[in-house]
Design a binder for this molecule. Structure first.
Ligand SMILES: CC(C)(COP(=O)(O)OP(=O)(O)OC[C@H]1O[C@@H](n2cnc3c(N)ncnc32)[C@H](O)[C@@H]1OP(=O)(O)O)[C@@H](O)C(=O)NCCC(=O)NCCS
Length: 383
């Protein structure tokens, strides 16, 4: 019987049907002894609940999904969806780098960025998992990284949204993307998440794109379309504005009387603040560099915030703060500058484009409601 099982001539389900759990346990024990192994991998159909319940009662855990996919031009490669292991780091990094290649100012990473998953973990998430689509032949064809938003960030218990931090597959290989996205959605449902979000700027990979709030780039069109086809809705559109070889405008003193303070912190990060007595009238925060291993990343400065108090707007204070911050960053050696701004913030976009920034990208995140009756779903519909 062990031979029949191992040769694939007898399905475990058939055996279970005939002889029950005790027999299966005995067969596995004999097989383990003969082969000198302490661990089994058992395959079953994803919707065979009886078999899954039986395996679970023996202590089995679902570690991955395996399926046959006929990828056009590949003559029917075998595709397996498996949990990430460190020997896949090179393949995953290659897949990541292929995906971000068309994204402006987004730098490739070496494999060691994926060697240590703990180093990638977000403090805002729990139960993170990275699943890899592996083809034989063909190696890593894609991957998806999921987690559950931890309590206290933007939801109330019992279960936060499931979230897709990253999903990569190559253009033209839609079955791979679909397999990854379907798995992520099924996983979120299994975790009893009522909503699944994706590409949220609160927990991007630390090296992906710009340092604050990076979402899915419009230059990764096939991934955007895949989410749309799967019923995800877009939200949170932001414009990425860049200015290569920027020439800082000469800061013109604004109408409101104020004194200027420059506060440097590690990063280096600069906060330029306009003060009148103890009152702050406005500030601009600029970071040097991106959290990327590329040497070019240090040539960039990124405007994280620019704010002027309501009564002082329209009196050149915003332009003054930004010009001062850019001048300082230039002095530090930065050559290029970037920022992300809501695409609806027309006033700010007018100001940035007046000064010299230009449209480079539009980014967004996604959500899909899994349980229409949930409180989270109601909140999202209102937002
Ligand atoms: C955006 C903001 C920083 C601009 O600061 P400000 O001191 O009001 O701006 P300035 O007086 O220096 O004006 C600079 C440019 O902004 C635009 N602008 C400012 N007020 C405007 C208005 N009422 N109507 C149209 N454009 C306006 C113009 O392009 C203007 O230049 P121009 O007059 O030469 O065309 C300020 O409005 C603000 O704090 N808004 C809320 C926070 C915010 O949106 N920050 C940016 C997020 S990244």
């Amino acid at each position: 019987m062990v031979e029949l099982l191992e040769a694939g001539k007898l399905a475990v389900e058939e055996l279970v049907g005939e002889m029950g759990k005790a027999a299966l346990e005995a067969v596995l024990l004999i097989s383990a002894k003969q082969r000198g192994v302490g661990e089994f991998h058992i395959n079953t159909e994803p919707d065979n609940d009886a078999a899954k319940a039986l395996y679970a009662s023996l202590g089995a855990e679902v570690v991955g999904v395996q399926m046959e996919i006929d990828l056009a031009g590949w003559g029917g490669s075998k595709m397996r969806l498996v949990p990430f292991a460190s020997d896949m780091a090179a393949g995953v990094a290659e897949c990541y780098n292929d995906l971000i290649a068309p994204v402006p100012e987004c730098h490739p990473v070496p494999p060691d960025r994926f060697a240590d998953l703990e180093g990638l973990a977000s403090q805002h998430l729990r139960d993170e998992r990275l699943m890899v689509a592996q083809a034989e032949p063909g190696g890593v064809r894609g991957f998806v990284h999921v987690g559950i938003v931890a309590a206290g960030l933007d939801y109330r218990p019992p279960v936060g949204p499931g979230t897709i931090r990253f999903l990569a597959y190559r253009p033209g290989e839609r079955p791979v993307g679909k397999l990854l996205l379907d798995w992520a959605e099924a996983w979120a449902r299994e975790q009893e998440c009522t909503v699944i979000t994706a590409w949220n700027g609160s927990y991007p990979y630390p090296f992906y794109y710009f340092p604050d709030g990076a979402q899915l780039s419009e230059h990764i069109g096939h991934v955007r379309a895949l989410f749309g086809m799967a019923g995800f809705q877009e939200r949170g559109s932001e414009l990425l504005l860049t200015w290569r070889d920027f020439v800082p405008p000469v800061p013109q003193p604004p109408a409101p009387e104020c004194r200027l303070e420059l506060v440097w912190t590690d990063g280096p990060r600069l906060r330029v603040q306009a003060m009148r007595g103890p009152e702050e009238l406005g500030h601009c925060i600029m970071d040097r560099g991106q959290i990327s291993p590329s040497p070019e990343a240090d040539d960039w400065c990124f405007c994280l915030a620019l704010h002027v108090s309501d009564p002082f707007r329209g009196q050149r204070l915003g332009s003054f703060l930004l010009a001062t911050a850019l001048e300082e960053m230039r002095r530090l050696g930065c050559r290029h500058t970037a920022l992300s701004v809501s695409w609806r913030n027309h006033r700010a976009v007018l100001m940035y484009t007046n000064i010299g920034y230009r449209h480079a990208d539009r980014t967004c995140n996604f959500f899909k409601i899994l349980d229409e009756s949930s409180e989270l779903a109601r909140a999202l519909r209102l937002a």
